[in-house]
Design a protein around this ligand. Structure first.
Ligand code: NZQ
Ligand code: ZN
Length: 384
């Protein structure tokens, strides 16, 4: 039977892209807003972004909250929620990468919820409102600046969890590629790979004849592949603006609309960050090749298409497509096994598998019919 495309698509985030996008900030934030300015560890102070933001917000009440960690924690974000309440603040401005923007989404939701904010992360409370939120993006990777997802970690029990909340989608996002100039190489590589895997997760399943979604996914992955092949030009503005737009488009909602998706790589990889603090993108490059090998028969047709159209391999086999993917990650000095990182834990595979089981991700099912045994083989291959 043919596949019936059915979906609702609405992405209301207004994106201001380009060298003049900062000029829009002053009008994008309401003149009477009492703003919580949320940011991370201080990179925005070193690279001038903080000064540009403060200049745009002149005349408004602005309360700062810095120190949102990479992989933001509930514990820190709850303190930001307290700050919003104490100051009667009514607008959240996130200035940073995915961690700060995700954190801002949580704060915008939790500030209007009387219960424990963790309920929102766990889905025990489904919020229907949030404080208005805007984003100034400083790291191209997650697409958080215009999607409804957020990932929060509870430090107390090393639980890192994604949730989705439509009211927390940013009203606007400022994307000035020039701000990427201060990123270290490692974060440029991370961003490229995170975006690439986001498209993979919405594409590498089985063919359903969705010409638009497939074509767009292939265009985005092809662009990201070109950026990987020209990584020596990563300091050039052209390169950086392409990364910024590709990473946004990878996860703004269109690629996966109405087609089968498989987020298993993300669902398993999260534990490597929770347990060992490995950068998000690097957990993906560790898990994904092994997951693809384990599920190759289920994904064969799409892997062949991927090999032909994204990597340009004539008559590509699924095996060749996986090898090309792994080679792309290696070319960016990304790990493709836990041993490629600094982690030295002989019990890693068992520990990761235990966390995967505890968090209900050991038998995700899906089109590749992931069960406990397959999941354990993936984790062992990647981590033992
Ligand atoms: O803390 P600051 O000072 O901002 O420094 C950050 C941080 O150390 C630094 N940085 C950011 N912009 C910079 C900069 N340094 C110099 N110049 C700049 N312009 O980079 C480091 C990493 O930042 P972070 O925000 O943690 O990175 P990323 O954007 O990769 O976000 C990762 C988080 O997003 C989640 C991940 O799980 C992780 O928690 N994700 C969110 C998603 C979503 N909302 O849709 C989807 C993703 O799959 C992902 O799970
Ligand atoms: Zn990701």
């Amino acid at each position: 039977m043919s596949h019936v495309l059915e979906f609702s698509f609405h992405n209301p985030t207004r994106i201001h892209f380009g060298p003049h996008s900062f000029d829009r900030l002053a009008t994008a934030v309401p003149a009477k807003a009492k703003v919580l300015l949320l940011y991370g560890g201080g990179s925005i102070r070193a690279n001038g972004v903080y000064d540009r933001v403060m200049a745009a917000l002149a005349g408004r009440t602005v309360v700062e909250f810095g120190g949102v960690e990479p992989n933001p924690t509930l514990e820190t974000l709850n303190r930001a929620v307290d700050r919003v309440r104490a100051g009667g603040l009514d607008f959240i401005l996130a200035v940073g990468g995915g961690s700060v923007i995700d954190g801002a989404k949580f704060v915008a939701l939790a500030a209007l919820y009387d219960g424990d904010g963790w309920d929102i992360v766990m889905g025990a409370h489904v919020p229907d409102r949030a404080l208005p939120l805007g984003a100034v993006l400083t790291l191209a990777a997650t697409g958080s600046e215009s999607n409804s997802a957020a990932v929060v970690t509870r430090r107390a029990d090393l639980r890192k969890k994604v949730f989705y909340a439509e009211p927390a989608r940013p009203r606007f996002a400022i994307l000035d590629p020039a701000v990427l100039a201060s990123l270290p190489d490692r974060q440029l590589g991370n961003g490229l790979v995170d975006a690439f895997v986001h498209v993979c997760e919405q594409y590498l399943t089985y063919p359903v004849g969705a010409l638009v979604q497939d074509g767009y996914a292939e265009a985005l992955m092809g662009a990201l592949r070109q950026l990987a092949e020209t990584f020596d030009r990563r300091r050039e503005p052209d390169w950086q603006q392409n990364l910024m737009w590709a990473a946004n488009q990878a996860l703004f909602g269109l690629v996966g609309a109405g087609v089968p998706t498989d987020w298993a790589t993300h669902r398993l990889a999260v534990e490597l960050t929770a347990l060992y603090g490995i950068d998000h993108a690097r957990t993906l490059s560790i898990i994904q090749p092994w997951l693809l090998r384990e599920t190759i028969e289920y994904k064969r047709a799409k892997l062949e298409q991927f090999g032909r159209r994204v990597f340009g391999i004539p008559y590509a086999t699924a095996e060749e497509a996986i090898a090309a993917t792994e080679a792309l990650y290696r070319s960016l000095a990304m790990p493709v096994h836990l041993r490629d990182t600094e982690v030295r834990d002989p019990d890693a595979a068992a520990r990761v598998m235990q966390a995967v089981r505890e968090h209900g991700n050991a038998a995700l099912g899906g089109h590749a019919e992931l069960d406990d045994a397959k999941t354990e083989r993936i984790i062992r291959a990647a981590c033992a």
